[in-house]
Ligand binder design. Structure first.
Ligand SMILES: [Zn+2]
Length: 271
């Protein structure tokens, strides 16, 4: 784990997120980006609702960031205890299976730590108690960068209603990042635990409604697919490779000049 104070170029964005779809919101990321400048090791926290969520929408970037020497931790709000139709499977069995699969996926991606908060699957509510728990996690991990789900995605096209846990996880995480983790007088009980305020400086929203930066994952697509296949209990006989390749190719077409396979994010640089 790198010393959070030592790299002098810690303020540079990861993976030079300079590719904008359009002007407007993309301008912020473009101004912050300095392509080809080494990013320097950063601490990155990937905070998601369920095991396997991150592998679908951000594992390419995670694989790239770990390969570039950054320290990535995962935080899973639930352990996916409702994710089976098999009447012989109990929630306890499922939790053990899904946490094991998530650890295997993280090992493939080079993720250093996996933390399971074990909220009940399908029951996430972004209330103050959850915000405090995430502030506790953020103040412990001290990430420079947080990657989370986009709480504004309610549905996509005519075929997908976003899971309420995904929205809740994104909402609670953003609320914990700003301003609660940063502010000394918010949740004073955490100060009593020795958890000092912490400022996250970059946020990437994965699966975002209005993405404005591109991350070239061409060299890491196979690693992403391998990590996805670690979630064997969820994937079953279905082979997601074609769908994932198609998504990444279509995203690359939307963000030309960033490689054959791309993941896109909504990006925030917080001063
Ligand atoms: Zn999910």
């Amino acid at each position: 784990m790198p010393d959070p104070q030592s790299p002098t170029d810690r303020d540079e964005p990861l993976s030079a997120p300079s590719a904008a779809v359009d002007s407007g919101t993309a301008q912020i990321a473009s101004e912050a980006a300095e392509p080809d400048v080494p990013a320097g090791p950063k601490r990155i926290a990937v905070i998601f609702a369920h095991p396997d969520d991150a592998e679908f929408i951000c594992a390419g970037a995670v694989a790239r960031w770990t390969a570039e020497g950054n320290a990535v931790s995962y935080v899973l709000l639930t352990s996916g205890d409702k994710g089976s139709e098999d009447p012989a499977v109990t929630p306890e069995i499922l939790v053990a299976t899904r946490e094991r699969e998530q650890r295997a996926a993280c090992a493939i991606l080079g993720v250093e730590e996996v933390h399971f908060l074990r909220y009940a699957d399908a029951m996430l509510v972004p209330d103050l108690a959850m915000r405090r728990e995430l502030v506790r996690v953020i103040r412990r991990l001290k990430p420079d960068v947080v990657v989370c789900q986009d709480p504004t995605v309610r549905f996509v096209d005519q075929s997908y209603i976003n899971h309420p846990d995904h929205r809740a996880a994104g909402e609670a995480t953003l609320d914990a990042v700003y301003p609660a983790a940063r502010d000394r007088m918010t949740f004073p009980e955490l100060l009593e635990e020795g958890l000092e305020p912490h400022k996250v400086t970059e946020v990437y929203l994965a699966g975002a409604k209005d993405p404005d930066v591109a991350v070239d994952i061409t060299a890491h697509l196979e690693t992403k697919l391998a990590a996805l296949h670690a979630h064997a209990s969820q994937i079953g006989d279905w082979d997601p490779d074609e769908m994932i390749r198609t998504w990444a190719k279509e995203t690359a077409e939307r963000f030309p000049g960033n490689g054959e396979y791309v993941e896109a994010y909504k990006y925030f640089k917080l001063d």
